[in-house]
Design a protein around this ligand. Structure first.
Ligand code: 5GP
Length: 240
């Protein structure tokens, strides 16, 4: 599939048109952002790793009944995806309470409750991605109740599937941010952003070491080496 004109030049990804109006090529950059883009850095090779990890995790969801935009990798840092109309709502699945939410709720970072949680955030940089509920999302015209219900159910199933998969690789899935969109070919609701250490918290089950973007947020170093560990362990599972 030939890469055509640039449709969108984002901070961490570029999106290109293809011969097919319902398919795009997404190119993963080496740039990393945190804290609503206030903190920014470039890590050589990061985009290759997030592309490959995302391809494995999105592919796994596709094969297990949760539809995503991912079709196939088409290069070291590119993948062919279904084109979508984005829904600007972040759906966050949480097994543990970590990061900013731990501070908000006054619990220790990594607190493990007896239930898994799903949060919604309005994906809006100017407002700093505020927490919202379903009623707010409907009021803002971002999605309807039925779509939001489906997004939350998908996030719960995807969370369980990926938690179990990563456990086989000795990695605990602590939390995960998902985004959804409506496929341009048939309108169906599908997961439509990467799933990688840039969008999840992933901890080494034995050592508790963070293998995700928190290494960058918290200035812990070895960002690329940690992402490489995640990829190596997933590849060792020989899923295909
Ligand atoms: P928190 O709510 O603790 O900030 O984030 C929960 C999880 O979602 C973390 O794994 C975090 O990396 C991810 N996440 C939340 N918001 C964003 C975002 O705007 N961009 C990215 N890449 N990940 C996010």
């Amino acid at each position: 599939m030939d890469k055509k004109q640039l449709l969108f030049d984002g901070n961490e990804k570029r999106v290109f048109a293809t011969d097919d109006p319902d398919k795009v090529i997404i190119r993963y950059k080496d740039v990393t952002l945190a804290y609503n883009s206030i903190k920014r850095a470039r890590f050589d090779g990061k985009g290759v790793l997030t592309n490959k990890i995302s391809a494995i995790l999105l592919g796994y969801l596709n094969e297990n009944g949760i539809k995503t935009h991912f079709l196939e990798t088409v290069g070291d840092r590119e993948q062919l995806c279904r084109k979508i109309d984005i829904i600007p709502v972040e759906v966050i699945w949480r097994k543990r309470i970590a990061g900013s939410l731990a501070a908000r709720l006054g619990v220790e970072d990594g607190f493990l409750p007896g239930n898994t949680m799903v949060d919604l955030r309005y994906n809006n940089d100017e407002l700093e991605d505020p927490f919202i509920n379903r009623h707010h999302a409907v009021a803002l015209g971002l999605a309807n109740y039925d779509e939001l219900e489906k997004m939350i159910t998908s996030a719960r199933i995807a969370g369980t599937l990926l938690e179990n998969l990563l456990h086989r690789a000795g990695i605990e899935l602590v939390d995960m941010k998902l985004e959804f969109g409506r496929a341009t070919d048939n309108g169906e609701l599908i997961i439509s952003d990467e799933i990688s250490p840039d969008t999840c918290r992933m901890w080494d089950e034995e050592t508790g070491e963070r293998l995700d973007k928190d290494r960058f947020r918290l200035d812990l170093s070895d960002v690329v080496a940690s992402y490489q560990t995640v990829l190596d362990r997933l590849e060792n599972l020989n899923l295909k």
